[in-house]
Ligand binder design. Structure first.
Ligand code: NAD
Length: 488
């Protein structure tokens, strides 16, 4: 079999591929068939320290390259990613179980991110402004922060890499990317492509390994000046404690329990289509998944019938003709099965799905049936805890006020969507939702490289990535005052 990645996936440190110093490896299993497809370096604090030292050594030279030229180098990386898009997509598909077509779409999204951020090298705007003092000029300039620690989830692995690496580097930082243990080869191939495209040694280091050991050491390292984390709220909270204690800059992109509201005047067929995509695309493994479907009483029965019928038609598998694939690992699958069991025990009804697939083709993989649950209390475990899989809950509400109250009752505040033909109501929804993203007549998910993404409450700490707002995460502002002597 030709392989697109090594059987043992090493770290990239200072431009070289190296195993973990202790010689340990972790196993990566295929979500599709459950068998081992690779091993990744199980890095420890020693490996992280080596990577941080390499990044620290490379930082001054990288920052000294004018931002426009850094942008040119990153443009080469983005173009090389585009030239290798099919290969990268194969790796993403193998590691996540999503279809090759979906993996390619994600890869092209990562390229777009690179192209956008490379162009920021020509902007990196500060401000020029007035002064209260005659002959004094005031301005701000953007400065690198230093070494960036980047930790990501595996749900859209190549997009997640691009979201963090390109903005961190364009600002003049060097970086250590902690690869997700569920997508080690995706991070590895990005490191390879970047090195071959001419990124100087040590500017991007990729460390493989498990969260507490490798990720934890990165967060705790005193030379890592800025940490950007995409992952669960529970881990984000832990990271915030460690990073806060040493006053490191921190950006947290965390979980969601996103509301999808269907009003009595909605185009129900479109609403069903978007509800299914929001809940089940990428097997529900989106921070922005629509996991709470809140429907007005007047159309509830009709919407429910259409939703169940549409969900029953979903093809679940790993090919381009499938609508969604497996979840990323066995732990996730077990968590979901257990959560459905607890919801049922608490009196909820499973309208469809609720179990894993047990047919010959999918039984050994991590395939969860697209699941719809009804009859949950607003404060039930499944109503408030993120599951990160293809499970959505239906709620019946009398009208708008109750829909808003329920939608905002979540501890999370990432995204929300409403389906209505009433423009005024849509705009009231936009204003009322305590979330970082609101969509009218679309899905709860979807982001663009030039737009800031993030949430409120337990979905993050208020930072926004990507868009130009990501530059605020990865750069420091310096005030500059120029005093001239007009008579000199
Ligand atoms: P996770 O928090 O378990 O892991 C995410 C990353 O953190 C992994 O690389 C992991 O190795 C690392 N990690 C784990 N423990 C760590 C520790 N103690 N110190 C440092 N690093 C550690 O999350 P997951 O299950 O892999 O991903 C799913 C979560 O990510 C969901 O909650 C989802 O909503 C969230 N997510 C958020 C966004 C966003 O933009 N807001 C995007 C994608 C995913």
């Amino acid at each position: 079999m030709t392989r697109d990645f090594p059987e043992q996936i090493p770290n990239w440190i200072a431009g070289r591929q190296v195993p973990a110093a202790a010689g340990q490896w972790g196993a990566k299993l295929s979500p599709h068939h459950g068998r081992r497809i690779s091993e990744f370096a199980s890095s420890t604090a020693d490996d992280v320290a080596t990577a941080v030292a390499a990044a620290k050594e490379a930082q001054a030279d990288w920052a000294a390259i004018p931002a426009v030229k850094r942008g040119n180098i990153l443009l080469d990386v983005a173009l090389a990613l585009r030239a290798n898009a099919e290969l990268v997509a194969c790796i993403v598909a193998a590691e996540t179980g999503k279809s090759p077509k979906e993996a390619l779409g994600e890869t092209i999204g990562a390229v777009q991110q690179g192209l956008f951020m490379a162009g920021e090298g020509m902007r990196l705007y500060g401000r020029t402004t007035t002064s209260a003092v005659a002959n004094k000029h005031a301005m701000t300039v953007r400065c690198p922060i230093g070494v960036a620690g980047l930790i990501i989830a595996a749900n859209t692995p190549i997009a997640n890499v691009a979201w963090k690496v390109f903005p961190a580097l364009i600002c003049g930082n060097t970086a250590i990317l902690k690869a997700p243990e569920d997508a080690p080869a995706t991070a590895w191939i990005f490191g390879k492509i970047a090195a071959e495209a001419g990124l100087p040694r040590g500017v991007l280091n990729v460390v493989q390994g498990f969260g507490p050991e490798a990720g934890g050491a990165l967060v705790a390292h005193p030379d890592v000046a800025v940490i950007s984390f995409t992952g669960s709220t529970a881990v984000g909270r832990r990271i915030a404690g460690v990073a806060g204690d040493r006053l490191a800059r921190l950006s947290l992109e965390l979980g969601g329990k996103n509301a999808f509201v269907v009003c009595e005047d909605a185009d129900l067929d479109k609403a069903v289509e978007w509800a299914v995509l929001s809940a089940f695309s990428n097997a529900g493994q989106r921070c922005a998944a629509g996991s709470r479907l809140i429907v007005f009483d007047a159309v509830y029965d009709e919407f429910r019938a259409k939703l169940i019928a549409r969900t029953a038609k979903l093809n679940v598998g790993a090919t381009d003709s499938d609508d969604c694939g497996p979840v990323i690992n066995g732990r996730q699958l077990s968590n979901m099965l257990a959560a459905v069991g607890r919801a049922k025990a608490a009196g909820a009804t499973v309208l469809c799905g609720g179990d894993r697939f047990t047919d010959e083709e999918r039984a050994a993989g991590f395939y969860m049936q697209p699941t719809i649950v009804e009859g949950l209390a607003a404060d039930a475990e499944m109503s408030i805890c993120e599951l990160f899989g293809p499970i959505a809950a239906l709620y019946r509400v009398p009208g708008y006020a109750e829909a808003i109250a329920l939608a905002n009752s979540s501890p999370y505040g990432l995204t929300a969507a409403i389906h209505t033909r009433d423009f005024d109501r849509a705009m009231r929804f936009v204003a009322a939702m305590d979330t970082g993203v609101v969509t009218v007549n679309g899905g709860t998910y979807g982001s663009e490289p030039h737009m800031p993404f993030g949430g409120s409450k337990q979905s993050g700490n208020g930072s926004r990535e990507p868009g130009t707002e990501a530059l605020d995460v990865y750069s420091s502002l310096k005030d500059v005052y120029l005093l001239v002597s007009p008579h000199a």
